[in-house]
Design a protein around this ligand. Structure first.
Ligand code: HEC
Ligand code: HEC
Length: 322
């Protein structure tokens, strides 16, 4: 982790986002600057939105991770989850960590928490047309969300991640979709079709402060403290977050950070369209024909891949790291 003295002079925001090991309360600050930039939205609104949903499953507190060899592997899994770029470096091809999209180290309801995932697999996935074990599902996030390589199913990384998820789901019923599992996208529809230009305005007002004016995030000492939303260091065109419904639901529930539920539904869809209307790394399933790749894997209005947005054919000039 970055030495503290490097951070002096940076805003409280950056400090807060950096302290990975801090307890949940401390890692969810309410920075004055962000609050200002996000205008009239209030925490009361966010609280009201959260209240409207059924109570989520409560995972055990981190302090309950036991001593001994089992607990050691749970801790190893947590470490891979929150510091993926360091702890599972060989399998990561961008600047993201699992916990950038599965907030609070995979514990937070409505950000596809690990406890919700653990009890939901094996499951059939249309994405690859067969029943996936939890291990295979985890491999998918490495390949697409992390733009990397899938660790082998019996690798120590995979065993550690599954052990962490198993520990977190303690006491949860299996085979049921728990309240708070996944991203809350069921029935979440845009009042009007999402719009790129409106999304750009939302981005400037509510997101650029942290994710940068160009969406490329912000780094301290070579590591991202605010993750990139598109471009070479972000998730690739095969990732779930490139689909408008996933992105809109995640953003509505969780962004701006610590102020989930404060954007209007329309703003969440519009800014999702703006974010997913930018280039990112190529879909690893691409074999040289954009239209064929769209037809095979992206044949849905929720994917902008292979369509023209803001005058650019998305996927025709994918972002690459130099
Ligand atoms: C760019 C954002 C992003 C990153 C980074 C990311 N994921 Fe995901 N993950 C998603 C999305 C989107 C879904 C699909 C959620 C849904 O369909 O509701 C998902 C789904 C999952 C699921 C299944 C959840 C469920 O309830 O079915 C697991 C498990 C998972 N991710 C683990 C990981 C792991 C492990 C990593 C790091 C190696 C990771 N993810 C990194 C976005 C991300
Ligand atoms: C106060 C700072 C802040 C603001 C404002 C903010 N974010 Fe984030 N965002 C973060 C941080 C930090 C993370 C990673 C969370 C973590 O690792 O715990 C994140 C994660 C994300 C992710 C998943 C990771 C990735 O890079 O794809 C998306 C998507 C996202 N934010 C979109 C948005 C959008 C859209 C807005 C504006 C509506 C927004 N954010 C506003 C700080 C912020």
């Amino acid at each position: 982790m970055t030495p503290r003295h490097l951070l002096i002079g940076l805003s409280v925001l950056v400090l807060a986002a950096c302290s990975q090991a801090a307890p949940p309360e401390a890692s969810k600050p309410t920075p004055a600057a962000a609050a200002q930039a996000t205008g009239p939205a209030t925490h009361a609104q966010a609280a009201a939105a959260a209240k409207a949903r059924p109570a989520a499953f409560e995972p055990p507190p981190e302090s309950a991770i036991p001593e001994g060899p089992f607990g050691d592997v749970v801790r190893e899994g947590r470490e891979i989850f929150v510091n993926t770029d360091v702890a599972a470096k060989a399998y990561v091809g961008n600047g993201l960590r699992c916990s950038n999209c599965h907030l609070d180290a995979g514990r937070l309801a409505n950000s596809a928490p690990l406890w919700g995932a653990y009890v939901a697999y094996p499951a059939y996935r249309a994405k690859n047309g067969h029943v996936n074990t939890l291990g295979e599902r985890l491999q998918g996030c490495f390949k697409y969300s992390m733009n990397g390589k899938a660790p082998p199913l019996d690798s120590k990384e995979m065993v550690a991640l599954e052990t962490y998820a198993f520990w977190m789901a303690k006491g949860a019923p299996t085979g049921e979709k728990l309240p708070g599992a996944g991203y809350p996208k069921k029935g979440f529809k845009p009042p009007q079709p999402p719009d790129y230009a409106r999304g750009e305005a939302v981005f400037k007002a509510h997101c650029a402060l942290c994710h940068g004016a160009d969406g490329q995030g912000q780094q301290v000492a070579g590591r991202y403290v605010f993750p990139p939303l598109w471009g070479p260091d972000s998730f690739n065109w095969g990732a779930g977050m490139h689909q408008l419904d996933n992105a809109a639901a995640f953003i509505k529930a969780n962004m701006p950070l610590s102020q989930g539920g404060t954007l209007t539904d329309q703003d969440a869809w519009d800014v999702a369209m703006y974010m997913d209307g930018h280039e990112r790394p190529q879909d690893p399933r691409y074999k040289g024909d954009l239209a064929a790749t769209r037809k095979a894997y992206h044949d849905t209005p929720m994917s902008l891949y292979g369509t023209t947005v803001n005058g650019h054919l998305l996927g025709s000039a994918p972002a690459t790291r130099n």
